[in-house]
Design a protein around this ligand. Structure first.
Ligand code: PMV
Length: 338
C-alpha cells in the first residue's frame, strides 16, 4: 500500500510548551499537558509514487508556500530514510478551521502527516514512534496523536539528548475523566505574523523573564497534572490560565506580542463570568484567539458572553476529542493509531 489518509485534531495546551532545548532535534525545554479537541480537524492524504520527480504538497487546495513545503518534505525524508524507499510523494491536506493563525493547525497537520506518511510508505510504527516523528516537525503535534488529556515531557538537558533519542507524548487520562468544553473565540482569520518557533526563540534569547518562565513552567505543570488526576476542574482551569499568562508575559517582555485588543476584551469577559460565579478560564496560544475552558454545563452561558465581545468573529465549540487515526479504505472498518 502506497497511499494512506489520516485524520487528526488540534490540541490545546493547558500547560504550555514554549521554548526548545538548544541544538537540533526540536526537543521542548519544558513539559506540557494538553487536551485533544473534537470539532476541528485536519485530513491528510499521502501517496508515494515512483513516477513523481519531486514531492508535491497541497494545503487547503493550493500549493503550499516554500516554508510549509520544506517542513513537510523534511518529514517525508525521515520516513524515506527509515523505510529505504526513495519514492517521492503527493500530499494533500485540508483543515476545517483557519490555518497558521494560532489555532494549532501545525499540531493536527503534522500529526496527520506523520501518521499518513509512515503508514503509506509501509512502516509498522506504533503511536509513540509516530508521535516522535510528528514532534520533530512541530512539538505540539506529538500530542495530537493521542486523544483525551495528553502529556509530553521536556527533552533531556543539553548534551544528554542525542538527535536520535525518541521523545513521544503519552495519554494521561481519557476525555471522560474530566468533561470539558473549549470555546475557541476566533478573533482573526489571518495568518499570524510571528511563527511559534521564531517567537519562542526570541523569548528565550531576549526576554528578561526567560529564566523565570523556564523554572516556573515545570512546577506549574506538576500542579496542574495533580489537579487533573484529582478531577479538580477549578484548579485545572486556574493553572491553565496561569500557564498562558506566564508564557505570554515572558514573550511580551521580548517584544513578541500575539495579543490584540480583542484578546484582552475576551479575557475581560472571562473574568466577568468568574465574578458572576461561572468557573470559566482563558488560555491563549501563539496567536490572538482566546480559548475559554468551562465545564460542559456552563458552555452555553460562556458562549453567549463570548459572542457578545466586540472583535470576536465566531466561536467554535469543541469538546475533548480522540487521537489521530487512519481513514479506512472504502468498505473496511476504521483503524486507530493507538
Ligand atoms: O508546536 P509548535 O512549535 O507550533 O508550538 C506550539 C506552542 C504553543 O501552542 C503556544 C504551546 C503548546 O504547548 O502547544
Amino acid at each position: 500500500m502506497s497511499e494512506a489518509v489520516a485524520i487528526a485534531h488540534p490540541n490545546i495546551a493547558l500547560t504550555k510548551y514554549w521554548g526548545k532545548r538548544p541544538g537540533a532535534g526540536r526537543f521542548p525545554a519544558v513539559p506540557s499537558l494538553s487536551v485533544t479537541l473534537a470539532g476541528l480537524s485536519t485530513r491528510t492524504r499521502v501517496r508515494f509514487d515512483g513516477a513523481l520527480s519531486r514531492d508535491r504538497v497541497v494545503l487547503n487546495g493550493s500549493t503550499a508556500d516554500g516554508e510549509t513545503e520544506a517542513r513537510a518534505v523534511e518529514l517525508l525524508d525521515r520516513v524515506r530514510a527509515a523505510s529505504g524507499d526513495a519514492r517521492f510523494a503527493e500530499v494533500e491536506s485540508r483543515n476545517d478551521f483557519p490555518t497558521a493563525s494560532g489555532l494549532a493547525s501545525s499540531a493536527s497537520g503534522f500529526a496527520a502527516l506523520a501518521l499518513a506518511a509512515s503508514r503509506a510508505i509501509g512502516l509498522a510504527w506504533d503511536a509513540a514512534r509516530v508521535s516522535d516523528l510528528a514532534r520533530r516537525s512541530s512539538v505540539s503535534a506529538a500530542r495530537s496523536l493521542f486523544g483525551g488529556y495528553v502529556e509530553l515531557d521536556a527533552g533531556a538537558p543539553v548534551g544528554q539528548s542525542p538527535m536520535d533519542d525518541i521523545l513521544a507524548a503519552r495519554p494521561l487520562a481519557p476525555g471522560a475523566h474530566l468533561p470539558l468544553a473549549v470555546l475557541v473565540c476566533v478573533t482573526s482569520e489571518a495568518p499570524k505574523a510571528v511563527g511559534s518557533t521564531a517567537g519562542m526563540k526570541t523569548t528565550l534569547n531576549e526576554s528578561p523573564y526567560a529564566e523565570a518562565w523556564l523554572s516556573y513552567a515545570p512546577r506549574l505543570h506538576a500542579r496542574l497534572r495533580e489537579a487533573l488526576l484529582a478531577r479538580d476542574f477549578t484548579a485545572v482551569g486556574a493553572f491553565a490560565e496561569s500557564s498562558a499568562l506566564a508564557m505570554h508575559a515572558s514573550a511580551i517582555a521580548a517584544g513578541v506580542v500575539y495579543w490584540t485588543g480583542a484578546t484582552l476584551e475576551v479575557f475581560a469577559a472571562v473574568r466577568a463570568l468568574r465574578a458572576a460565579g461561572v468557573a470559566a478560564f482563558a488560555t491563549i496560544d501563539a496567536g490572538p484567539h482566546v480559548k475559554i475552558l468551562v465545564q460542559p454545563g456552563d458552555a452555553a452561558r460562556a458562549k453567549a458572553a463570548a459572542v457578545a465581545v466586540p472583535g470576536v468573529r465566531r466561536v467554535i465549540e469543541a469538546s475533548v476529542g480522540e487521537g489521530a487515526r487512519l481513514e479506512a479504505p472504502p468498505g473496511v472498518g476504521a483503524a486507530k493509531a493507538t
